[in-house]
Design a protein around this ligand. Structure first.
Ligand SMILES: Nc1nc2c(c(=O)[nH]1)N[C@H]1C(S)=C(S)[C@@H](COP(=O)(O)O)O[C@H]1N2
Ligand SMILES: [Mo]
Length: 409
């Protein structure tokens, strides 16, 4: 009890919901925009329409924004922070990095520190540990969800992402393993539970508490990173400042932003994010639901607007990216005739596990008309992209080949 009260008072000093800050800064702009069709997103950074598709509290990256009008690359391997997609359950909090502390507690640490007497690190303390850099995508489990509806006629609730619920960045921080060991990890630890400092997630009158999802200790010790930098700069508010988790290969919800505390337990932990959300329910799954989601499926996207217009009778270089949660991408094939014939795309700059592979292929459409482009990838473990994704009630992990319409004139 006293622990909750103590951490509550510290948090209220350190955390300001960004929406409140934005309202104070720009009441006029907000009242102009207020209204059911255009409610404030709770996202701090600007969301220009040429870069993002807004979905409530989330913002999807536009794939066509990865190319300039002349076809040159606008975005390299890593998506610039200002163009990176945002997935927020509520709104971006503004956290004072000076007042902020990471608190670790629980039965899986030596001496079993309690929540009101945790092991604490400030940012300087974390930066004093070994600095580690990785390149990894973060991708929402619901990325591609709208294709359940568009291609398969399935009805699924939730954010209607096309394929822009993903981004790759260079992350810098300290391995979660090192922080856990510094905090006194024991051999008995089973699960760790990072908790975000964003507001409680309330839906349909049910308060699910702050966003938090247990992570098995094996993955925590393998390659999870506590990141304080993204693309060489301190994290920005929307992407988890001052500290976020990056869990390579796994569904984005594992990569908890604005981490305030980590419980380390010698027994399995539960939160709505591994019991009710981010599991598969539906006819193809066990009655109680599938296991909590871990690795991502294979997906591919073109750096083109849906319905892009291309000129007939001349050569075009089509660009795209493919990725997999389990292994590096080995092969990408493209069809420009609705899936009848496939050609091998050229991979550029190599392919790495945890990151996307960039590719291109040349196409010279002779006749005007409507075409459907398709891309499908295979990873080094042999995972590929099926014609159809198995339905699940929440529309997670749509990994089937996506038909991309273009018009040739
Ligand atoms: N605390 C907290 N962490 C969070 C979330 C959130 O709403 N709150 N959203 C998760 C989800 S579902 C995804 S897909 C990623 C998105 O990361 P990004 O917004 O930096 O792109 O953050 C994850 N971490
Ligand atoms: Mo997500």
């Amino acid at each position: 009890m006293s622990g909750n009260a103590a951490s509550g008072s510290v948090e209220s000093a350190a955390v300001v919901p960004a929406a409140a800050a934005a309202a104070a800064a720009s009441t006029a702009a907000l009242s102009d925009r207020a209204g059911p069709a255009d409610a404030p997103s709770g996202i701090v950074k600007p969301l220009p329409a040429e870069w993002f598709v807004p979905h409530g509290t989330n913002a999807e990256m536009r794939w066509d924004a990865l190319r300039e009008a002349d076809g040159s690359a606008a975005v390299g391997r890593h998506v610039p922070v200002e163009r990176f997609f945002v997935r927020n359950h509520t709104g971006t909090p503004l956290i004072d990095p000076e007042a902020w502390r990471l608190r670790l507690f629980g039965s899986g640490l030596r001496g079993a520190p309690t929540a009101d007497r945790p092991v604490e690190f400030d940012l300087a303390g974390l930066r004093a540990l070994s600095e580690t850099r990785i390149s990894a995508v973060i991708e929402c489990a619901g990325n591609g969800r709208d294709y359940f509806r568009r291609q398969q006629g399935d009805r699924v609730p939730g954010t209607p992402w096309t394929l822009g619920g993903i981004g790759s960045a260079a992350w810098c921080g300290v391995r979660l393993a090192e922080v856990l060991r510094a905090a006194g990890l024991t051999g008995e630890a089973v699960d760790v539970l990072p908790t975000g400092l964003d507001a409680d997630y309330v839906v349909d009158g049910v308060n699910h508490g702050p966003v938090r999802r247990p992570l098995p200790v094996a993955k925590a010790l393998d390659d999870a990173l506590l990141a304080y930098e993204m693309n060489g700069e301190p994290l920005t508010p929307d992407h988890g400042a001052p500290l976020r988790l990056v869990v390579p290969g796994w569904v984005g919800i594992a990569s908890i932003k604005w981490v305030g505390s980590i419980e380390v337990a010698d027994h399995p932990l539960h939160s709505p994010w591994n019991t009710d959300f981010y599991r598969m329910f539906g006819p193809g799954y066990p009655p109680g639901g599938g296991e909590p989601l871990t690795t991502q499926v294979v997906r591919s996207a073109f750096e083109l607007a849906p319905g892009a217009v291309l000129e007939a009778g001349r050569g075009h270089r089509l660009h795209g990216r493919s990725w997999s949660g389990e292994a590096a991408v080995r092969r990408v094939e493209v069809s420009t005739d609705g899936g009848r014939t496939w050609r091998r795309a050229a991979l550029q700059g190599g392919s790495h596990a945890d990151d996307w592979a960039r590719w291109s292929i040349d196409w010279r459409p002779e006749r005007p008309g409507r075409y459907e482009l398709r891309a499908r990838a295979t990873d080094r473990r042999g995972n590929g992209q099926p014609e159809r994704a198995v339905f699940n009630r929440e529309g997670y992990l749509f990994g089937a080949v996506v038909a991309h319409p273009v018009t040739v004139v």
